[in-house]
Design a protein around this ligand. Structure first.
Ligand code: GSH
Length: 235
């Protein structure tokens, strides 16, 4: 049985980290037996990031490498029915979600402290730490997220430019999905899991953000993420 280590749940989404949510979603869809371990302790993660797994006494991190490993071991890999073109499109859109749009999400939570941003109170509620201790920890976490966003590059732009670029990402995803139920074929493939893990983290959250407002322009993405959530996490 695989041990899946991920951040504790916050709000309504299965996990507030799109990488954790994607991996758990993949495990459920592929019927891989696993047990959840929720914590914020990153010390046993080989990359110091969540999620990570323990499998036959070995630790693995990076959700994509973990999925690659499981795909190789599976007799029915999720990606087996896809063409080479569809696999290359998966990679390109995955990079868009995980290496770009993800950073706009981080920015919207940790850096853009607009008046309607209640991310801080959601995290406080979730952690249940004493106020003073929470305040100190949250300050360090905010500083860390802000530094990472700046180093990644997106955080150097103005707020308007960041949301403009995020909107371009959402528009590209929406165009590519079109009126289909899933990105390819009649059942979800990896790209569906990648995309809805980010979209659900923008939409199915109790806090407001500019990203959430922007998402309302793309009802097909909203419907896709609602469909995937129901299909995977409500069983
Ligand atoms: N490429 C990694 C990214 C994982 C990642 O960035 N995880 C974030 C949570 S969304 C994390 O652990 N952040 C903690 C930190 O940077 O200290 C993956 O696919 O697993």
């Amino acid at each position: 049985m695989i041990e899946l280590h991920q951040f504790p749940k916050l709000g309504d989404v299965p996990n507030s980290s799109p990488f954790c949510m994607k991996l758990e979603s993949y495990l459920i869809a592929q019927k891989v037996p696993y047990q959840n371990f929720y914590s914020a302790d990153l010390r046993r993660s080989p990359t110091g990031k969540m999620p990570y797994i323990k499998k036959q006494d070995k630790f693995y991190s990076d959700s994509s490498f973990i999925i690659d490993l499981l795909e190789k071991e599976s007799s029915t890999p999720m990606q087996q029915g896809l063409t080479a073109l569809e696999k290359s499109q998966t990679l390109a859109y995955q990079r868009l979600c995980e290496e770009h749009l993800y950073w706009a999400l981080v920015y919207s939570r940790w850096v853009d402290v607009s008046t309607d941003n209640n991310w801080r109170s959601i995290v406080q509620e979730g952690t249940k730490l004493p106020k003073l201790l929470f305040g100190m920890i949250f300050k360090v976490m905010s500083k860390n997220a802000s530094r990472q966003t700046y180093e990644q590059g997106l955080g150097r732009l103005t707020k308007a430019q960041i949301y403009q670029k995020a909107d371009e990402d959402l528009c590209a995803l929406s165009e590519f999905l079109g009126q289909k139920n899933y990105f390819f074929n009649e059942s979800p493939s990896l790209l569906d899991h990648v995309v809805y893990a980010v979209i659900a983290n923008i939409e199915h959250t109790p806090w407001q953000s500019q990203l959430k407002q922007q998402l309302t322009k793309y009802p097909n993405l909203q419907a896709h993420s609602a469909r995937m959530l129901k299909e995977i996490f409500s069983k």
